[in-house]
Design a protein around this ligand. Sequence first.
Ligand code: FES
Ligand code: FES
Length: 161
Amino acid sequence: MSAAHDVDVTVNGRAYRRRVEPRLLLHDFLRHELGLTGTHAGCEHGVCGACTITLDGDSVRACLTFAVQADGARIETVEGLGTPEALSPLQEAFREFHALQCGFCTPGMLMTCVDLIRKYPLASDAEIREGLSGNLCRCTGYEHIVRAVRAAVARQRETTP
Ligand code: FES
Ligand code: FES
């Protein structure tokens, strides 16, 4: 067994410290050490996008990242977006446009969108589709997800001076 390391992270604005083995993956760290089970583990080899979070502002696969690599980082997970009573605008658009069915892919979809919306204009459906092309959904056929993102982007444009 390898020596344990202290990992200090800020997740959704809250600071955490845990002592973990170097082999621990970041999605397991979030789910099992911090109890933040919104981040899902699907394929666990970087293909499906269900585990997507942001790490220092960039969307990353938590299944391809060791927890020790996140030491000192600022992480955002789906738990930081909104609550059932007060959904974030993006979550509200997903609800309104039926952009989820089983919901397994949804946390990763949302966190990928958070990063995309911050960085890119997403002026066309083609851009939205390209941005989400690394996230797999087995239920929706994607059309509703694209509509939701389109609506969220349009609303943000209306409200941002
Ligand atoms: S669980 Fe990480 S990409 Fe599928
Ligand atoms: S809503 Fe079921 S996998 Fe996307």
